[in-house]
Design a protein around this ligand. Structure first.
Ligand SMILES: C[S@@+](CC[C@H](N)C(=O)[O-])C[C@H]1O[C@@H](n2cnc3c(N)ncnc32)[C@H](O)[C@@H]1O
Length: 336
């Protein structure tokens, strides 16, 4: 059946698609989970292999029509869920051959100025990717100066967080801040030497608000743990991250719960080796987009792909991961 490609689908460039397909290895068939459906590029590429079965998740209701259309085309082999990927283990009891995460927002979300993710927007301060309890407008207008400073400093890694938070509070005393361009003006006024830097002065504050509104760190931690639970022995978990907090978490999880970490010495007798590692020997090498891909799609330049292979060991909850990143989890829960 031939189906038309919608403008939503066309507005999205998949990142490292060939690398994702090569590592997932769908040629022999199997069960694949695309945790971040977006424009559906990975799911569609996996479905091109006739023996595959694919399910997808996305929290954004805007992509439901793309998911439904693909369900129509591949009735027996594809299912879309408008759910957060932290809920991955709630929909089925089947073990997966590969589980893929392409983190962050899609260009579909960024390019829709009404969603408030873009600095170019003059629309309301929303920044929700879907299924959230709070908007950026509520954060900006209701949170204390100290809370705003912490969010901008920790999630945005923004050195001038104090000044930005102070100016937000000063400004909202005069009038409620409701539009993206109003916030952009406050940030620009707060930052030093903004015009000498390559990166937009609002980048870090916007990243911070987006992470907070969407509880991205709790989602990532719960998502990767629940994915590991339902991965087949020998199955692969692949994660593309775009900022340093995400990559730090992924790297820590893969390296600290893998065989190379758990085995203290290769001279130890086999009986003494820790059998609780979740992943086989982990290759720390990061995979990055080729220069050719970056030339076509500039926003792919900060993408980092890491993957790990599930061991045969029984699943043990990696609670150490939550302890290690408690600073982020507690900050996301500041108003819960
Ligand atoms: C970078 S895009 C993925 C693009 C997709 N790989 C493609 O090539 O078309 C990320 C998508 O993941 C979704 N997303 C982000 N966090 C999520 C979460 N916790 N649960 C479910 N979906 C999420 C976003 O709504 C967005 O559509």
């Amino acid at each position: 059946m031939k189906t038309q490609t919608s403008s939503l689908e066309l507005s999205h460039f998949p990142v490292m698609l060939s690398e994702i397909i090569k590592i997932s290895n769908p040629a022999k068939g199997g069960f694949f989970i695309d945790c971040t459906f977006g424009g559906g590029s990975y799911s569609k590429a996996l479905l091109k292999f006739s023996k595959t079965e694919v399910i997808s998740f996305d929290r954004d209701s805007a992509v439901i029509p793309i998911g439904k259309k693909l369900e129509q085309k591949f009735k027996k082999r594809f299912k879309f869920y408008n759910l957060k990927f932290s809920q991955i283990n709630t929909v089925l009891a089947k073990e997966a051959d590969a589980i893929i995460f392409d983190l962050g927002m899609s260009s579909i979300q960024l390019n829709n100025l009404q969603r408030g993710f873009s600095f170019k927007s003059k629309d309301k301060l929303d920044m929700s990717m879907g299924l959230t309890d709070i908007s950026a407008e509520e954060v900006i207008n209701k949170f204390s100066e100290t809370e705003l400073k912490l969010i901008i400093k920790i999630f945005g890694e923004e050195k001038e967080a104090s000044k930005i938070a102070r100016n937000i509070v000063e400004s909202r005393k005069i009038e409620k801040i409701t539009r993206v361009n109003e916030l952009v003006k406050i940030i620009e006024k707060s930052k030093k030497k903004i015009f000498t830097k390559k990166i937009n002065p609002s980048t870090k504050t916007f990243q911070a608000l987006r992470i907070f509104v969407n509880k991205e760190i709790s989602e990532l931690l719960n998502g990767i743990i629940n994915a590991t639970k339902i991965l087949k022995p020998g199955g692969k978990i692949l994660i593309i991250s775009f900022h340093s907090i995400e990559d730090k978490i992924v790297k820590y999880f893969f390296s600290n719960f893998s065989k190379n970490k758990s085995r203290p010495s290769r001279y130890l007798p086999d009986t003494k080796i820790d059998k609780s590692f979740l992943f086989e020997k982990y290759n720390k090498k990061i995979i990055k987009p080729s220069q050719k891909e970056i030339d076509i799609n500039k926003s792919s330049r900060s993408a980092k792909l890491r993957f790990a292979i599930r061991s045969k060991n029984q699943f043990n909850f990696p609670s150490e991961l939550f302890q290690k990143f408690a600073k982020y989890i507690n900050l996301e829960a500041i108003h819960d």
